[in-house]
Structures are given as structure tokens and as C-alpha cells.
Design a binder for this molecule. Structure first.
Ligand code: PDD
Length: 292
């Protein structure tokens, strides 16, 4: 069975052989940034956009990118070539590297880059057919802070705990609330609602990772003559919505049919959600030349 490959500073190894130092600041402090995307027919979707966001995240955290975007792209290609046939989940991690056990950032001078190609694991078909449940909660994440806002920083502890809490309540994803009680995003997704034929998603603001899937869905909607409004989404807007869905690189467009035990719309995935998922898959097929 294919288990994937890992590239560490440009050297590709089997996943079981991949090792980094325990003195790496990514391990010690979560002092790193990352990106996740996937392949369709072996071709990565939106790789350039993900690499650009990786660069922005690294800039935000003052981690110098160790190699050029071109080199990183060719290292992704080499990792995928070594991984071989199949569909791959690609995770790129750039850490500040190793250094003495001090908080002083300037002591780490050689950032580390890791590219993981693992078999992609997509949500079960049932989730798309029936929709999923979400749970709204407060969580305080490092990227809610001004200093790291907008960066895809690797410390996801608050997100992991939020998902755990949501799962304990019978939901599949946690939706994080902002200071004013507004809905920001999912623990690893962006959120959209549909009301009276209008699609709305929270506007970019601190606490929101502006997803690449989100942008692709907004563009696919525009191409289909559907306007997406960016604005405040309150819990009561979600509870009273006709349809709701989440977006992320792995989930694509995931229908949401319940929130905090309340049924959304008819309780079944909505027609606009389905149309937007189809539009998203068309954009993917066009960009990757795949037959999805
Ligand atoms: N996460 N918001 C958060 C907090 C996320 O972690 C993600 C994705 C998104 C959606 O971003 P995109 O559409 O660019 O994937 C929004 C990745 C997929 C993950 O953690 O696996």
C-alpha cells in the first residue's frame, strides 16, 4: 500500500523514515507555518495560491523562506513523483528551524522545510449526501492575536480542542465565534449561509483564515451568476438559514444541516450548496485537467 513520501530540506524519504530534530522550534513552540492542498488526477489544485499564502504566513511570523517559490514547487513535484500513482494530501511546513532553548527568535538561523505527501483521506460520501452538524463555541487561537493574524501558523491546539468539544456534542466541525459573538470560521474551514437565494460568508477579519476554497467558491458562484455577499454572520443567521455549508481544500463544499441541535432549512443539503459544489469541481477540473 502506498504510504507516501516526505521531503525534508529537499531530500525525499519514505514517510516512516522522516525525522526532524527535537530542537526544532516548530516542535518546541509551534513556531512554524503550513499549507494543505490536494491532488486531483495526481495534479495539485491551487498550488500557486497555497505557496503564496505560505509566503505571506512566513512573512507575518518573520520566518525567512529558505528557498524560492520555484524551488519549493519543484520539491513538491519531486515528492509527488516519488509518491507515485494515487491522490495525495500535500502538507508543506516551514519552521524557524533549530536553535538553543531560548525564546529569542534570532537564535534560529536556518528555517526547515518539510513537504508531506500522504494518501488523501476525504470525508465519507454520507456527509455530502446527508450533510453534517456543527457546534458553535468560543476558542482563543494564536492567530486571533494581532501579531499572527491572518497567518496559517501551525499551533492548532485551540482548534483541535474545539473540534473535540464539537464531536462530544455530536457535531463534526466546530464554528469559532468572535469577540462580538459573530461567527468567524470553522476549526479548519470557512463557513457560508444561504437565505432567500442570497449567499453570505463572514468578511475577512482577524480570526479568519481567508480560504483558497472560499475564494474558488466565490468565483464559481460569480461565474454562475450567483452573488456572494461578505458580511457579518450571527449565530441566529445560521440557525435561521435555508442552507449552510463549509469549505476547505480537503472537504471542498460540505453541506451543514444542523447547528447546536437546531435543524437548518429542510434538514437536507440545499440545492444552491450542491450547485456551488459542482461549480467548485468544474474549477478544479479546469485547473488540473482532471475528470472530477
Ligand atoms: N485548513 N480556516 C482554517 C482555520 C483552516 O485551517 C482552513 C484549512 C480553512 C480553509 O482554507 P482552505 O480553503 O485554503 O483550505 C479555513 C486545512 C485544510 C487543514 O487544516 O487541513
Amino acid at each position: 500500500m502506498a504510504t507516501g513520501k516526505v521531503s525534508i530540506d529537499g531530500r525525499v524519504v519514505d514517510s516512516g523514515e522522516a525525522r526532524v530534530s527535537v530542537f526544532d522550534r516548530g516542535f518546541l513552540y509551534g513556531d512554524s507555518v503550513f499549507e494543505v492542498f490536494r491532488t486531483y488526477s495526481g495534479v495539485p489544485f491551487a498550488q500557486r495560491e497555497h505557496l503564496e499564502r505560505l509566503q505571506r504566513s512566513a512573512d507575518r511570523l518573520m520566518i525567512p523562506m529558505p528557498v524560492s517559490m520555484e524551488t519549493l514547487s519543484s520539491e513538491v513535484a519531486a515528492t509527488l513523483a516519488a509518491a507515485g500513482e494515487g491522490e495525495w494530501y500535500v502538507r508543506i511546513v516551514v519552521t524557524r528551524g533549530t536553535g538553543p532553548l531560548t525564546y529569542d527568535l534570532s537564535t534560529a538561523t536556518a528555517p526547515l522545510r518539510v513537504i508531506i505527501a500522504a494518501p488523501v483521506s476525504v470525508p465519507p460520501a454520507e456527509h455530502y449526501e446527508r450533510g453534517i452538524a456543527v457546534s458553535l463555541l468560543h476558542a482563543s487561537r494564536p492567530t486571533d492575536d494581532e501579531r499572527a493574524s491572518g497567518a496559517k501558523a501551525s499551533n492548532y491546539l485551540a482548534n483541535l480542542l474545539a473540534v473535540h468539544e464539537a464531536k462530544q456534542k455530536g457535531a463534526q466541525e466546530a464554528l469559532v465565534l468572535g469577540r462580538r459573538g459573530q461567527i468567524l470560521e470553522g476549526a479548519s474551514s470557512n463557513v457560508f449561509i444561504v437565505k432567500d437565494g442570497k449567499v453570505r460568508t463572514p468578511e475577512p477579519q482577524p480570526g479568519i483564515l481567508v480560504g483558497i476554497t472560499r475564494a474558488t467558491v466565490i468565483a464559481a458562484a460569480a461565474a454562475a451568476g450567483i452573488e456572494v455577499e461578505e458580511g457579518e454572520v450571527r449565530p441566529e443567521d445560521l440557525y435561521g438559514a435555508d442552507e449552510a455549508f463549509l469549505t476547505s481544500s480537503i472537504r471542498e463544499v460540505m453541506p451543514v444541516v444542523a447547528a447546536d441541535g437546531r435543524t437548518i432549512g429542510s434538514g437536507a443539503p440545499g440545492s444552491l450548496t450542491k450547485r456551488l459544489h459542482e461549480g467548485y469541481l468544474r474549477a478544479v477540473a479546469q485547473a488540473t485537467g482532471s475528470g472530477v
